[in-house]
Design a protein around this ligand. Sequence first.
Ligand SMILES: CNc1ncnc2c1ncn2[C@@H]1O[C@H](COP(=O)(O)O)[C@@H](O)[C@H]1O
Ligand SMILES: [Zn+2]
Length: 357
Amino acid sequence: MMDESEVSLSLLEFCHQLPKVELHAHLNTSYSVDSLHELIALGGQTGDHSIEELHISSHKEIDGSFLLFSKIQQLVRTEEAVYTLTHRVITEFAQDNVKYLELRSTPKEIPETGMTRELYIRTMLRAVKDCEREGLDIVVRLLVSIDRRHGVKVGELTVDLAEKLMKESGGLVIGLDLSGDPRVGNAADFIPILLDAHSRGLKLAVHLAELPLYEETKKVLRSCAAKCDLRVGHGTYLHRYDQGMGHDEMEDLVIKEKVPIEACITSNLLTMTVDNLEQHHFKYWLDKSHPVVLCTDGKGVYGSKLTEEYFKAAEAFALGKDRLKQYVVSTIDYIFDNEQMKEQLRTQFRAAVNTLQ
Ligand SMILES: CNc1ncnc2c1ncn2[C@@H]1O[C@H](COP(=O)(O)O)[C@@H](O)[C@H]1O
Ligand SMILES: [Zn+2]
């Protein structure tokens, strides 16, 4: 008889060996202990905080998360730091058997270090190209983030930058992300920017309904769900557990337009936007056969690699190995890259999962 830990271990290893796509990862939340040491060696400041504190376990709730992000960003202020972190994050995702990664980050303007928004994304692109040259077995695309706290004007500049670098990089920059503290500002203010970005050929990933902000969620979905190639980040408060409150429209729109949801289980649990794993909306959407993709949000901040997200979901929702094999191939449908890339990944994934027991 095998004991439970042996069974769990083998499922964990299976999840590790599964080829995976990661569609929701922020650069500055995806560090590892090693990359933090490297960033500190490059002269980044931890302030009066130890490395151990740069982890969500000591910063619960969404407030704590945003406090923590600003501390990490203090470590990533120079060209060298942006390059180093990007290179390491890509390498670590490759080690986790992620074969296709969409990495997102907010370009920063830091006069003291000479950093500009354009240099920031160009530096990420340099790291992406170097990883490709070095033969890492991972395809990487970039999403340029708009932080809703910075307002609409910066948002417009960010779309210009993303479009310019998308064209220049031959599509390595592939889309736009709207993120930032959901309690600040209104996502609906960014609708014209999102529509404009779509018309210029950028794909859209929007943090939406991470909190019960029904009005802005409805407005964004009404304006963008049908028209744009849109994915929703988190989408915690999209479904109908507030039934009878007039919020059904959100779920109806998401279903009608087949808007994929990026599910970040550990992130939601640690920021306490979801009470417990069993109630996570990943299961709700999976049961409906609605597109829902497991993602990390930040493997550093939340201390959970993509393998672990798969393992947690598999255990909590009794997803057997055959189901996981099938699921992981289905996630390819929701990447932002084109059909040709999807076919290439499907072939690669099918061959890989066939060898897994
Ligand atoms: C907890 N859930 C979340 N909700 C909303 N925005 C989030 C987020 N987690 C991260 N970010 C966004 O990503 C930035 C950090 O990475 P970059 O410096 O861009 O690489 C944060 O400042 C925030 O704007
Ligand atoms: Zn996020």
